[in-house]
Design a protein around this ligand. Structure first.
Ligand SMILES: NC(=O)c1ccc[n+]([C@@H]2O[C@H](COP(=O)([O-])OP(=O)(O)OC[C@H]3O[C@@H](n4cnc5c(N)ncnc54)[C@H](O)[C@@H]3O)[C@@H](O)[C@H]2O)c1
Length: 352
């Protein structure tokens, strides 16, 4: 199947390189990059320099009968109109995340695709991130007992990048940028309805959109999950902390440094109190070496090209899409509840 990319910016050019590598891997369901469309002449020139065909207009994409699919990698506010036009032209669709600016808009996009009988799949690619898969394996293998708390954190010190990401009307802000990924991961990791949530947004840089967010979610099964997105932090913080009844794990970064500390002796017989600031503590002293064991992370590497493989197979009717409509809409409902919590400074108790 031939596919074209709409929006050849940072992510569009990443997709072009990934699609070339996917094609070179000799896949069972191939995807061939037919070309790109971008409104910026500089990006058109960059595409041509990279040897790609540049469609002269969106209409040229819709008219191209050899084209089976389009991948929308524009700023967030124009995902919906491109998806509607692509569906009307009978093309299967990949939309970058966040699929839309609101849950209602996302529902309309799915409805348009359903009416046209085309596949519509959102690129929630961080489901296949090695750090997330490793955390899931850790929770599943029981080495730290029952997981009761997760901290999922991404921090940078560069403010909000680019221009459209700073504009509300274009779907800017860090909730739609990173929150959407971390919430998607959370809802896969915790198989339970949400009981309540509380969220704060930060505006350290004085932009019209949030430059960070801090979301605390409590699930009905008792699990607590905290998501932190920051663009004002100049120090590295762990990407993940995972707390279990029998141990604690840290995943420091996307390179999967970190480890697992597992309790082997519930009561530490060799516990020694320590001086702490202007006082003394046994409660906050480190565990003795004999009472815990240090384990490596159960590292998992994702299957290469997992998303593209699934999209191509789903378009051929051979597999269900991995990123499903009800999952995408649930993420959106949760983001909208978080935005309400942040705006009104209150705990939201919607069952999500
Ligand atoms: N899934 C991921 O890991 C990931 C990572 C980064 C970005 N994204 C998503 O990808 C999309 C693009 O982000 P980016 O970082 O590449 O932004 P970007 O600004 O680098 O690129 C956007 C491109 O779209 C073009 N464009 C703007 N309006 C257009 C229009 N109406 N028609 C056609 N082209 C248009 C711009 O000229 C630019 O080349 C966003 O939805 C973003 O959320 C996803």
């Amino acid at each position: 199947m031939k596919i074209a990319i709409v929006g050849y910016g940072g992510m569009g050019s990443y997709h072009a390189a990934q699609l070339a590598a996917y094609a070179a891997s000799g896949p069972e369901y191939p995807l061939e990059l037919a070309g790109v469309y971008d409104t910026d002449p500089a990006r058109v020139a960059a595409a041509q320099k990279a040897g790609l065909y540049a469609y002269p207009s969106p209409e040229a994409l819709w008219r191209d009968k050899s084209l089976g699919a389009v991948l929308i990698a524009t700023p967030n506010d124009v995902h919906a109109p491109y998806a509607a036009a692509a569906a009307a032209a009978g093309k299967h669709i990949v939309s970058e995340k966040p699929v839309a600016l609101s849950c209602a808009e996302a529902e309309e996009m799915y409805a348009a695709a359903e009416r046209a009988g085309v596949l519509f799949e959102v690129h929630q690619n961080r489901r296949w991130d090695d750090d997330f898969l490793t955390v899931r394996a850790l929770a599943a293998n029981g080495s730290i007992g029952g997981v009761y708390k997760y901290e999922s954190r991404v921090v940078g010190g560069n403010g909000i990048p680019g221009d459209w990401r700073k504009k509300k009307a274009q779907g800017g802000g860090m909730m739609l940028d990173w929150g959407v990924h971390l919430i998607d991961q959370m809802l896969l990791a915790v198989p339970s309805p949400v009981q309540s949530l509380y969220c704060t947004y930060s505006y350290i840089y004085g932009e019209e959109v949030e430059d960070g967010c801090d979301l605390l979610v409590r699930f009905e099964n008792g699990v607590e999950y905290r998501i932190v997105v920051a663009t004002d932090c100049f120090r590295r913080l762990p990407r993940w902390m995972v707390y279990g009844t029998e141990g604690t794990a840290t995943v420091e970064d996307w390179d999967l440094t970190g480890g697992v500390t597992r309790c082997v002796e519930r009561e530490d017989k060799n516990l020694v109190g320590v001086r702490a600031g202007n006082g003394f503590t046994r409660t906050m002293a480190q565990r003795s070496n004999a009472s815990v064991e240090q384990l490596p992370l159960p590292v998992v590497h994702a299957e290469p090209f997992a998303f593209y493989k699934n999209f191509a197979a789903a378009a051929a009717g051979k597999e269900p899409p991995a990123v499903r409509k009800e999952q995408v809409l649930r993420v959106f409902r949760l983001m909208e509840a978080a935005a309400r919590s942040a705006a009104e400074n209150k705990v939201i108790r919607d069952k999500l």
